[in-house]
Design a protein around this ligand. Structure first.
Ligand code: GLC
Length: 574
């Protein structure tokens, strides 16, 4: 999955001196906004809760769990796509943007869900897949029917009698080829993702108008925000010039932030966002800090925030560079300290489980390290995004057989490896660690059949550890990962310093401990996180031993300055 998901990784090509730029500007980072105060809980609907026994999670399932969601202390939900879709890529291939996927329910269910969320003071952010549609969308069906179709220019076509188009790498294609030949009109169409996800032609003003109308349709229903899926790839140089050989190994600089991307976002803002009180977040933050800044600079009227992948992508099967991890978060923080805003996240439906990648999933340390990671996510500056199941410390399923995997991109990559003499054992090891199906197994509600997710056969197997990792068990245990998570969200919501406060990295060369301060309006917090499985001592030139501990993952937090394995402590210093 690395192949795919490093894909979306952001490569920091240049480090621009944004600090000097931003110091001229008033403290815009502390302008209060609801979306800065949001704790976003991402729900993967297919795997959250099945209400009708077909083995697929659905909207009524989510509705039945609204009180649970509320109890987490989160105040915003991000739902992965729920629109009509043939599900080549689990909803990221939309065939009708104004309808609900049959597996998930009906528009009446959606209206009920939105009402239930709003009644509980929870906002809803929807996922908008705008770089591509499904090949089963009416636009594409028309587009491919004839070269003279009024929909022809909704997509990128290349007539076959011309010289072959320059190679474009496809992230999900079984041959890695983004040009797919179609005999109906003797032409190739472009698909950066799978062949069932043709790229929309954003140069066409009609396409843009259609999309803005769709976005308004949902805003008029009352949704509170938009996550723009893969949008940094939407603008392309449509002459499709040749790229250097091997560009596919590092394709983001070639694909992201095309010539008109900012124009499209400005137009989208004017046509849609400016008319509603919505949160807007882009997947991907461009190729460098300046790109990211330009996307979210409030004065430019584009987006509210973006999320970058460079910290997330550090996680490797062999481990990760912890110093780099701290540096990456710290650098991103500094760039947005005065202006603009970021998201803080370590997992989504596109990654394996957080505890396997950044913590320790062994029985000894799973709970401690999960709590430590929740502490991190909920005490950094930036809007935290929490992926469902991480509040329980759910782990990778690590399926051993390829037939247990469901993710199309993994299955295509498996085929590619087979066709090209790849090392299949190595490939299987890699996907056990990093395939995104690891994060997509059914939510573990209790220890009954199928973890209480479904009475039918789940679309993907339940992780066998549901007998002891499940919500019901954790509700009964005051010390559970779940109850700790609730304390952490509560602490954040009650303390603006943890939302808006200045972040200062301490003891930056410490190989085990992440230590930082958060300060705002006279309040100061010290966060100490031991990311290692051994004792570790932060080297701090301050006396905090007598300070008040406001959150800790050990019943008796360390008081001698030495942190126990995966220990996390938050002190209030004044
Ligand atoms: C984004 C989504 C991912 C999807 C891809 C294609 O990266 O997060 O799940 O497969 O876009 O739409």
């Amino acid at each position: 999955m690395k192949i795919i998901l490093c894909s979306i990784a952001i490569l920091l090509a240049s480090i621009l001196n944004c600090n000097s730029q931003t110091s001229l500007v008033a403290k815009k980072g502390t302008d209060k906004k609801w979306w800065k105060e949001a704790v976003v809980y991402q729900i993967y609907p297919r795997s959250f809760k099945d209400s009708d026994g077909d083995g697929i999670g659905d909207l009524r399932g989510i509705i039945s769990k609204l009180d649970y969601i509320k109890s987490l202390g989160v105040n915003t939900i991000w739902l992965n796509p729920i629109y009509s879709s043939p599900n080549d890529d689990n909803g990221y291939d939309v065939s009708d943007y104004r309808n609900i996927m049959k597996d998930f329910g009906t528009m009446a269910d959606f209206d009920l869900l939105l009402k239930g969320l709003h009644e509980r003071g929870i906002k809803l952010v929807m996922d908008f897949v705008l770089n591509h549609s499904s090949d089963e969308h009416e636009w594409f069906k028309q587009s491919k029917s004839s070269r003279t179709s009024p929909y022809r220019n909704y997509y990128h076509w290349w007539d076959a009698e011309r010289v072959k188009p320059n190679y474009r790498y496809s992230l999900f294609d079984v041959n890695h080829d983004a040009w797919k030949y179609d005999s109906v009109t003797n032409a190739y169409y472009l698909h950066y993702f799978s062949k069932k996800q043709p790229d929309l032609n954003w140069e066409n003003p009609k396409v843009r108008k259609e999309i803005y109308d769709i976005m308004k349709f949902w805003a008029d229903k009352g949704i509170d925000g938009y996550r723009l899926d893969a949008f940094q790839f939407a603008s392309k140089d449509t002459s499709f010039p040749a790229f250097p050989t091997g560009f596919e190994n590092n394709f983001v600089p070639y694909y992201a932030m095309g010539p008109h991307l900012h124009d499209y976002l400005k137009e989208m803002n004017q046509e849609v966002f400016s008319k509603y009180d919505v949160m807007t977040v882009a997947e991907g933050a461009g190729n460098n800090y300046q790109d990211a800044h330009d996307l979210v600079d409030a004065d430019r009227n584009e987006l509210n925030m973006a999320y970058a992948f460079d910290a997330i992508d550090l996680a490797k099967m062999e481990g990760y560079d912890f110093i780099k991890f701290k540096e990456t978060f710290s650098k991103w923080d500094s760039v947005f300290a005065n202006k603009g805003w970021l998201s803080i996240f370590l997992a989504s439906h596109d990654q394996a489980r957080i505890v396997n990648r950044f913590g320790n999933a062994s029985p000894e340390f799973r709970e401690l390290s999960s709590k430590m990671l929740s502490t991190f996510l909920l005490t950094m500056r930036g809007t935290p995004f929490i992926y469902n199941g991480d509040e329980l410390g759910m782990t990778n399923a690590g399926f051993e057989k390829i037939t247990d995997y469901r993710d199309m991109s993994t299955l295509n990559e498996y085929q590619y490896q087979l066709n090209h003499g790849g090392d299949i054992n190595q490939f299987m090891k890699r996907i056990q660690f990093e395939c995104r199906d690891n994060g997509r197994t059914p939510f573990q509600w209790d220890d009954s059949k199928n973890a209480g997710f479904s009475t039918g056969t789940p679309w993907i197997q339940v992780n066998t550890n549901f007998k002891y990792i499940n919500r019901a068990e954790q509700e009964m245990n005051q010390q559970s990962v779940l109850n700790y998570f609730r304390k952490a969200t509560d602490l954040r919501q009650k303390n603006p310093a943890l939302i808006y406060g200045k972040y200062t990295l301490l003891d930056k060369s410490n190989h085990d401990v992440y230590a930082y301060l958060r300060e705002f309006e006279g309040k100061k917090f010290l966060v100490l996180l031991n990311f290692s499985s051994h004792q570790a001592k932060p080297n701090l030139k301050m006396n905090f031993a007598r300070s008040k501990v406001v959150l800790a993952n050990y019943p008796n937090p360390s008081s001698n300055g030495v942190l126990a394995p995966y220990e996390s402590i938050v002190y209030q210093l004044n």
